[in-house]
Design a protein around this ligand. Structure first.
Ligand code: ADP
Ligand code: ADP
Length: 232
């Protein structure tokens, strides 16, 4: 479902070039959960942002659902990106909109008819376990509840792939556990492929099928959770 081949990404920082990714290749099969773990500055954010071309790789190829994203026209890319949802550490909800209106936003932008939006948003709120919060504003929610709303919002577009950028890093351990459980549930019930980045070992251990360890812009190990964590 996701295939990155030999991704190189360099950034210009003042008068020098920094290599954030130095030849990263990975594959995530349909319906799998792949976790990339690494320390701060290792290249995790850059890597996950290359999958939907929020960052354009300097070289390499990005295939998602059989499409080579770097070869698409702007309109084809916009279409392909609707298949790729993303959630973030700080949730990125709109504070001026209610929970309902945050989740409805992608549907409004794709001109979904109003009655359909209503049914869909209420279904999504039930899926993420917040049916009673539709009229509330994000500021009145806990971190875990905000992330549930963000998940519902991204699912509104029916993505095939979900990218999770440190999605539990702002949450306490118990809330982290409940969000990971929700992600696993979504993965299984909706057959959504998940790529996540994290600096937390227990996140990859608890829900990932496969793990990549990134260091200095390179995947230095890759395998199943058992492969990676079994050796002494
Ligand atoms: P991580 O998410 O693992 O902390 P990042 O992908 O954010 O790592 O960063 C990897 C490297 O790339 C770091 O050296 C960082 O300073 C650099 N970097 C990331 N984004 C940019 C940017 N927009 N401009 C310049 N350098 C960047
Ligand atoms: P994280 O790794 O948690 O995403 P960072 O602090 O590494 O947080 O990066 C936050 C944002 O700043 C990212 O969008 C990244 O691309 C950008 N960034 C990181 N390092 C630099 C840098 N040296 N110069 C410019 N932008 C950067």
């Amino acid at each position: 479902m996701i295939e990155l081949k030999n991704i190189i990404k360099t950034y210009r920082q003042k008068d020098r070039l920094v290599t954030a990714l130095n030849g990263v290749s990975l594959q995530v099969g349909k319906g799998k959960i792949f976790g990339v773990i690494g320390a701060s500055g290792a290249g995790k954010s850059t890597l996950i942002r290359c999958v939907n071309l929020l960052e354009k790789p300097t070289s390499g190829s990005v295939m998602v659902d059989g499409q080579d994203l770097l070869q698409l026209s702007a309109s084809q890319l916009a279409q392909a990106r609707r298949q790729i949802g993303m959630i973030f550490q700080h949730f990125n909800l709109l504070s001026s909109r209610t929970v309902f209106d945050n989740i409805a936003l992608p549907l409004e932008l794709s001109n979904t008819p109003k009655p359909e939006i209503k049914t869909r948003v209420l279904d999504l709120l039930t899926l993420v376990g917040l049916p009673e919060k539709q009229h509330d504003y994000p500021s009145s929610l806990s971190g875990g509840q905000k992330q549930r709303v963000a998940i519902a919002r991204t699912l509104a577009s029916n993505p095939k792939v979900l990218l999770c950028d440190e999605a539990t890093s702002a949450l306490d351990p118990e809330t982290t556990g409940s969000i990971l459980k929700l992600l696993k549930d979504i993965n299984q019930r909706l057959n959504i492929t998940i790529l996540l980045i994290t600096h937390e070992m227990n996140v990859v251990k608890s829900i990932c099928d496969e793990v990549g360890v990134i260091s200095n812009g390179q995947l230095i190990e890759q395998g199943t959770v058992a492969d990676i964590f079994s050796h002494p």
